[in-house]
Design a protein around this ligand. Structure first.
Ligand SMILES: C[S@@+](CC[C@H](N)C(=O)[O-])C[C@H]1O[C@@H](n2cnc3c(N)ncnc32)[C@H](O)[C@@H]1O
Length: 385
C-alpha cells in the first residue's frame, strides 16, 4: 500500500492532480480525517495568530493537491499510535522547528502571513528534508509547557488541601515550570474569573506549602535539544517575542531545589521502586499529557491511585470532556479550537469513587479566563464549609 502511495507521489502531473481517486478505502478514511482536522485548524483562532491560520490553510491546500504531504502523514500514522489531532499539531511544530533552528530564518515568522508563501516553504522543506521531518513526526510528542496552565492546579490545591504541607507529583511536567513556580510563589497572570465573588482569583493568591515535590517526564527538560523542541512547541509564531522572558524564568526555576526531577515514562513508574511510593502523595497532577496517550488513561489512574494517600486527589487537565459512556474516562476527541472552553480541570479521588469530575473550564490552553465546570459544586462544598 505504501508502494502504491509512492507511485502516486512520483507519477505524472495528471495523476497527481487528482491523486485521491487512486486511494484504497483505508487511505480514503485517513485522508478524510486529516482534511477535517486541517480544515478545522485553518479556521481556528490560535490566540489570534494569523501565521498559524495561514500555515494550516496552506497545509490543507497542499493535502488536497500534492500527494507528498499526505504520504508523509500517512506513513507516520501507520508507524505510530497517534491521533489525527496530535499529528496535525505536531506537523506545525515540526515545520516551525525547521524555521527556528536548523534554518534560523531571520524572516520567520514575519514573512509567513500569506498561505501562498507557506505553501512554497512547506513544499520545499518536505521535498528537501522528507526523512528528517518524518522522523520527528514519528519520534516526538508536543512538549508545550505553559506556567499559566498550573493556575487550575493551584486553585484545586488551595481549595481542597489548604493549610497542610503537601507531597505533590507532576506527571508529564514538560519544562518543569509548574511545581517549582508554585513553590517559589511565582505569580500567575490575572484571569477573567467567572465564579461568584472572584473565589477562584482569591485561591490563586494563596500560598501553598509543598514538602516534597516530584516532577516526571520521559524527556529531560534541561538538555539543549529538549529546550529547542520545547520552545518550538510552546509558542505560536506571534508569541515568539516572549521567548527571552521564558528563558529567564527557566533559569530562576531551575534553582528551586524542593522539586526532584525524574526522567521516566509514567507507565514505567511501577518499576522504579525508589519513586513508586505507596500512598505517599497528597496530589498528583497530570496536565496536558493524557491526550497524547488516550488509550493508557486507566493505567495512569491505577499508578496514581497506588501513589496517592487515601484522601489524596488526582488532578487531570486537558482538552477533554467526560466520556459519555464511561465516567472513569475522558474523551479527547473534541475540537480544541472551535469549541470554546474545552481545556478543563478535572479531579478524581476516593471521595468521587474515582469517577472523573469536571471542576473548571478554561477559555483555551493559555488559561486566561475560567468558568465553573459542571461539577464545580464539589469544589464549592469545600469553599463553603
Ligand atoms: C504538552 S506537554 C505538557 C507540559 C505541562 N504539563 C503543561 O501542561 O504545560 C506534555 C508532556 O508530557 C510528556 N509525556 C507524554 N507522554 C509521557 C509518558 N508516557 N511518560 C512521561 N511523560 C510523558 C511529554 O514529554 C511532554 O513533556
Amino acid at each position: 500500500m505504501l508502494n502504491h502511495l509512492k507511485k502516486i507521489e512520483i507519477s505524472n502531473k495528471k495523476i497527481r492532480d487528482n491523486y485521491q481517486q487512486h486511494f484504497s478505502p483505508e487511505e480514503k478514511k485517513i485522508y478524510k480525517n486529516l482534511i477535517k482536522e486541517f480544515s478545522d485548524l485553518s479556521r481556528a483562532e490560535h490566540g489570534n495568530d494569523q501565521y498559524m491560520r495561514a500555515f494550516y490553510s496552506a497545509s490543507l491546500n497542499l493535502l488536497k493537491t500534492d500527494p507528498t504531504i499526505f504520504s508523509v502523514l500517512y506513513r507516520v500514522l501507520k508507524k505510530r499510535d497517534i491521533n489525527h489531532k496530535h499529528l496535525a499539531n505536531l506537523f506545525f511544530r515540526t515545520i516551525q522547528f525547521e524555521k527556528l533552528f536548523p534554518t534560523k530564518d531571520k524572516d520567520y515568522p514575519k514573512k509567513f502571513i500569506n498561505p501562498k508563501l507557506w505553501e512554497k516553504e512547506i513544499k520545499l522543506i518536505i521535498e528537501t528534508k522528507k526523512n528528517d521531518i518524518e522522523n520527528v513526526l514519528i519520534e516526538k510528542d508536543t512538549t508545550t509547557t505553559i506556567y499559566q496552565r498550573y493556575a487550575g492546579i493551584k486553585i484545586i490545591l488551595s481549595s481542597l488541601l489548604n493549610e497542610k504541607s503537601l507531597n505533590v507529583a507532576d506527571f508529564g511536567c514538560g519544562g518543569n515550570y509548574g511545581l517549582p513556580g508554585i513553590v517559589s510563589g511565582m505569580k500567575f497572570k490575572k484571569i477573567i474569573d467567572n465564579s461568584d465573588d472572584s473565589q477562584l482569583t482569591k485561591l490563586l493568591r494563596e500560598k501553598i506549602n509543598i514538602k516534597h515535590g516530584l516532577a516526571v517526564d520521559k524527556e529531560n527538560p534541561y538538555l539543549p535539544a529538549s529546550k529547542k523542541w520545547r520552545y518550538t512547541c510552546s509558542f505560536y509564531p506571534n508569541e515568539l517575542g516572549m521567548l527571552k522572558h521564558v528563558i529567564k524564568m527557566e533559569q530562576k526555576l531551575k534553582k528551586v531545589k524542593k522539586i526532584k526531577f525524574l526522567q521516566s515514562d509514567i507507565l514505567e513508574l511501577p518499576k522504579k521502586k525508589l519513586f513508586y511510593k505507596k500512598h505517599y502523595y497528597d496530589t498528583i497532577c497530570i496536565s496536558t499529557v493524557c491526550y497524547q496517550m488516550p488509550e493508557d488513561q486507566k493505567k495512569i489512574i491505577t499508578i496514581a491511585r497506588h501513589m496517592l494517600k487515601h484522601d489524596g486527589i488526582l488532578i487531570l487537565q486537558d482538552f477533554a470532556e467526560n466520556d459519555k459512556k464511561d465516567s472513569d474516562k475522558l474523551n479527547f476527541n473534541i475540537s480544541w479550537f472551535s469549541k470554546p472552553f474545552s481545556y478543563r480541570t478535572f479531579v478524581a479521588s476516593e471521595k468521587t469513587s474515582w469517577k472523573i469530575k469536571e471542576i473548571l473550564k478554561w477559555n483555551n490552553g493559555r488559561c486566561l479566563e475560567v468558568q465553573p465546570g459542571k461539577d464545580f459544586k464539589l469544589l464549592k462544598a469545600y469553599l463553603d464549609k
